[in-house]
Ligand binder design. Sequence first.
Ligand code: SME
Length: 160
Amino acid sequence: MDFTALNEVRTILDRTPLEAPQRIVEFLHDRFPHYDWVGIYWVEGRELVLGPWQGPAPTEHTRIPIGKGVCGAAAASGRTEIVADVSKDPRYLACFASTKSEIVVPIRAGSRVIGEIDIDGRELGAFGPIDQTFLEAVAALLATLWPQVPEIPTTTRRAG
Ligand code: SME
């Protein structure tokens, strides 16, 4: 676990809570070279809606129904998804030609999935248990913003 990075996330949340989602995606993207594209989707009703993101290009997938794609699967189950080779996962919704692997980490507030962190990698198998543990801790910190931060919808579904 990268406690230094986690503490930096905590500092961002403490100092600038309203800007924290945007600043945290920028921080994750800049700190970890294998985090090629980093975005947060928020749950709004039965959909995921793209919030802040940082990476080389915008994605066309700004709204994803819960249950669709790797992102929708993680939102439906409330569990982290790691896809080592996106070309072999039939659920995968393609965004960038350069993407080879992906990790999606739900942001949970109690029993609710309120959003998720989605990260694309340029290498096969870019993400492992170290990323999972770290990003789940980041997601738990982000969850503390809900429902105070206005950009996070409060019309979220109940998980499970
Ligand atoms: N690949 C995702 C869609 C989002 S883009 O990676 C930014 C998926 O399969 O759900």
